[in-house]
Design a protein around this ligand. Structure first.
Ligand SMILES: N[C@@H](CCC(=O)N[C@@H](CS)C(=O)NCC(=O)O)C(=O)O
Length: 224
């Protein structure tokens, strides 16, 4: 049976690699084929990806005849189908918070993406806008502060335990420190360390290897 993930190293498809590891889905569906792209490369448009992902974005997942994109949708689908304990079904007391954090992850993710475009992708003669970068970093800091306020001193986002919301948001904490110093968020920093200690996360990092996207450890806001 087809079981394929369209993937870019340490991009949003990492959330799905991680979910597949947490669920142990390869034990049930057979080996996962990972189709790997360079971000923004022509191969993304020239491959089968546009047939699965209308916006030609990763992640996109194929299981048999099923084709699905959008990391949040894939996360919810995989958990409700194969690992209900990692999701929160309709009617569950934690369902509203679960949905809120799953979608919050993309509020934060789109801010990080905007900063990636301005700080990493843009090449001369194009010029990044210090004003837009400053505003976007402030918005990212606010989104991180919102997460800090939602965390407890221990455990995961939801009192009932680790869930898809942690995989959606936990992935963001890989990229956020390139733009915002996380030391100002103690609960978030401890939470980041907690999710990163998970064996499934560690297996994904071992698969991905050293990140190749960011050329420096921190990108300060440029002078206007
Ligand atoms: N909301 C989508 C966003 C997907 C997305 O933008 N993915 C990025 C990588 S993290 C991408 O494919 N970018 C390709 C491009 O910008 O050309 C999701 O959560 O899956």
């Amino acid at each position: 049976m087809t079981f394929k993930l369209h993937h870019v190293q340490y991009a949003r498809s990492f959330r799905i690699l991680w979910a597949i590891e947490e669920i142990g889905l390869q034990d049930r569906l057979g080996p996962l084929e990972v189709i790997e792209y360079q971000i923004g490369s022509p191969e993304m448009r020239e491959s089968t990806l546009p047939q699965i992902s209308p916006a030609v974005r990763i992640p996109a997942l194929e299981i048999g005849d099923l084709k699905i994109s959008e990391s949040g949708a894939i996360m919810e689908y995989l958990l409700e189908t194969y690992a209900p304990d990692l999701g929160r079904a309709p009617g569950h007391a934690e369902r509203p918070a679960y949905l809120q954090w799953i979608h919050y992850a993309e509020t934060m993710g789109s801010l990080i993406e905007n900063l990636n475009l301005q700080m990493v992708f843009l090449r001369p003669p194009a010029k990044a806008s210090p004003v837009v970068i400053k505003m976007t970093v402030a918005r990212l800091r606010a989104a991180l502060a919102g997460l800090e306020a939602g965390l407890r001193d221990e455990g995961y986002l939801l009192p009932g335990g680790f869930s898809g919301a942690d995989m959606m948001l936990g992935f963001n904490l890989f990229a956020a420190p390139f733009y915002v110093d996380l030391a100002q968020f103690p609960k978030l920093s401890a939470y980041k360390a907690r999710v990163e200690r998970r064996a499934a996360f560690q297996r994904c990092v071992a698969r991905e290897g050293e990140q190749r996207f960011y050329a420096q450890d921190f990108y300060p806001v440029p002078e206007a």
